[in-house]
Design a protein around this ligand. Structure first.
Ligand code: PLP
Length: 460
């Protein structure tokens, strides 16, 4: 590794961080008698902290973002070249990489044709909500404005996306929230909400239809779902679910929005998570893996039919989509995204994700034989989870503190893993793994080896 800073520099950085940085999702009391950890260097799947400690990152930069791994020179070069040529002009005007990336992206998303740029997953999702509300006003006389979201799903951190969030601990104390957001049940078969259902996929999709009928189909404009619930416990919908969801949306003319902020851009072994299921969404949003964290970029992608609803002869001053994202006009995002996409294609990373994802799942399943505390293993491609329970019969979730002890033990062994964390009351009990798509078989084994040791340490 190459720690550029001297020890003196690093201690002043640590001091500056401790004195002035307010960290995300963090109880700062923990730093009263400790120093913050600062990640100073990274290459591939490995990172180094301020003390030179090397770690394998099994969560792609903490929140499943750095899909192509750290230290990619060609992305840095592409961004540098683009910034020197033209770094920014407001998004109302075009940019070369913006046009190129939109075209390349659309090639991978049959049925969709328009890309709206912004900077974060939350923002991309809010654009959809705004589009749907405007469609309601312009085309349905104010009807079809309600937005359905699913229990345990997460769509962002702004007030409106929290209103569309199925993770109560994230929203607690941030209300009041805007009206018109309605929850539908989750579809996790391991924690069945429809006992005795002959076909769990159909039963959990039918539960969405029940909500639409209860609310009144002419009030519901959008169904917003993660293709695979990520932070809410790694929930892969059961067979038949997506087909039935699509049918229901068509039947009641409800637009379907798939939030691919986590699953998009290769994470599950296809370009997008929904492509495993053969469905045709009206909106797809994406962010994290689009440029692997080398630049901030998110995309709201939709159909020509939706796009056309915002066009008229110009006589209506409120007729177009009156929205802007200042930094949606920054060219670093699409320049990085283009190179990120090239890397995924040229290095065969979708194929690697499928292969290594299968290995990761096999290893986790093998751990079930050795650790009764693992109640369920779930995942698709390189997004996998292991749910921890006090015993398999009762499925009682283990205490959140013990889950954090497993995460801490892996950390001490040099492996960064994640867990559902303070989002679901009583159910923050799933370990989450999402290594970069370049992960090797050896690295997969090291990751699950650390979990094996950690489970033995914490649960005996
Ligand atoms: N959607 C999903 C599924 C997410 O997991 C996240 C963040 O983790 C978001 C949206 C919000 O993305 P951002 O943090 O970029 O606003």
């Amino acid at each position: 590794m190459n720690i550029a800073q001297t020890a003196n520099d690093m201690s002043s950085i640590v001091h500056a961080d401790k004195a002035h940085v307010w960290h995300h999702l963090f109880q700062h009391r923990a730093l009263d008698n400790a120093d913050p950890r600062i990640i100073v260097d990274g290459k591939g799947l490995r990172v180094w902290d301020q003390n030179g400690v090397e770690l394998i990152d099994a969560v792609s930069g903490g929140v499943w973002t750095v899909n192509v791994g750290f230290g990619r020179e060609t992305i840095a070069d592409a961004v540098r070249d683009q910034l020197l040529k033209m770094n920014y002009f407001a998004g109302v005007l075009g940019s070369v990489p913006g046009a190129e990336y939109a075209e390349r992206l659309i090639e991978k998303m049959p049925g969709l044709s328009r890309v709206y740029y912004s900077n974060s997953g939350s923002e991309a999702n809010e654009k959809v909500f705004k589009m749907v509300r405007q469609i309601s006003h312009r085309h349905h006389g104010g009807r079809k404005s309600k937005i359905l979201f699913r229990e345990r799903d997460y769509h962002g951190t702004t007030i409106a996306t929290l209103a569309a969030g199925g993770q109560p601990q994230r929203a607690a104390m941030y209300g009041p929230f805007p009206d018109g957001f309605v929850e539908v049940p989750h579809c996790l078969e391991y924690r069945s909400q429809f006992p005795g259902a002959e076909d769990y996929g159909i039963a959990s999709a039918n539960a969405i239809e029940e909500v639409i009928l209860r609310e009144g189909p002419d009030t519901v404009g959008l169904l917003c779902l993660e293709p695979i619930t990520a932070g809410g416990g790694v929930i892969v919908p059961p067979g038949g679910y997506w087909e039935r969801v699509q049918e229901i949306c068509r039947k009641y003319e409800v637009l379907l929005h798939i939030d691919e902020v986590v699953c998009g851009v290769g994470r599950t072994g296809t370009w997008f998570g929904y492509q495993h299921y053969g469905i045709r969404p009206d909106f797809v949003t994406m962010a994290k893996g689009v440029a692997s964290g080398y630049a901030a970029i998110s995309c709201t992608v939709t159909t020509e039919a939706v796009f056309d609803m915002f066009k008229d002869d110009g006589s209506d001053p409120l007729g177009y989509f009156r929205d802007i994202s200042t930094f949606g006009g920054c060219t670093a995002g699409p320049a990085a995204a283009l190179e990120n996409m090239r890397i995924i294609e040229d290095e065969g990373l979708l194929e690697n994700t499928t292969r290594m994802g299968a290995r990761l799942m096999d290893n986790l399943r093998a751990l079930m034989d050795r650790h009764a505390v693992i109640g369920d293993v779930r995942g698709k491609g390189l997004f996998c989870g292991a749910e921890l329970v006090t015993d398999r019969a009762s499925k009682e979730p283990v205490d959140e503190k013990l889950v954090q002890a497993v995460v801490a033990s892996c950390n001490r062994q040099g492996v960064i893993i994640g867990a559902t964390n303070r989002s679901l009351p009583g159910f923050n009990n799933t370990l989450c793994l999402a290594p970069a798509l370049i992960v090797t078989a050896d690295e997969v084994d090291q990751i699950t080896g650390a979990i094996d040791t950690a489970l033995a340490e914490v649960f005996g």
